[in-house]
Design a protein around this ligand. Structure first.
Ligand SMILES: [Zn+2]
Length: 104
């Protein structure tokens, strides 16, 4: 158990697509102003509005560098696949782009 605790215990950022986090849906955003990439976790059980058979996600994302607000609205299908995404002050990037940002 020590190994697992070290992996998951007390850290704020779970590994991407963590199989131990089936309710997590991850979004990757880059700030237009400072270019900081941000990963945001949304919870399938708590963070989505159900609209018919689909979901929407309303969020104001703030990066950790310039703290500008990036309001976003995402529409997803019943399987939580993104149908459309709108964001102000930033843009959506892929997981690969996010990881490239982290590694420089
Ligand atoms: Zn920024």
């Amino acid at each position: 158990m020590g190994f697992l605790r070290r992996l998951f215990g007390g850290q704020e950022k779970p590994p991407p697509d963590n199989p131990g986090d089936p309710d997590g849906v991850y979004f990757y955003v880059q700030c237009d102003h400072c270019q900081t990439a941000v990963r945001v976790r949304a919870d399938r059980k708590h963070d989505f509005n159900q609209e018919g058979g689909q979901y929407s996600w309303h969020k104001v994302i703030v990066d950790s560098k310039c703290f500008r607000r990036m309001p976003t609205v995402v529409h997803l299908d019943s399987q939580f696949n993104v149908i459309s995404a709108e964001i102000q002050g930033g843009r959506y990037i892929s997981k690969a782009e996010y990881e490239a940002f982290l590694t420089g």
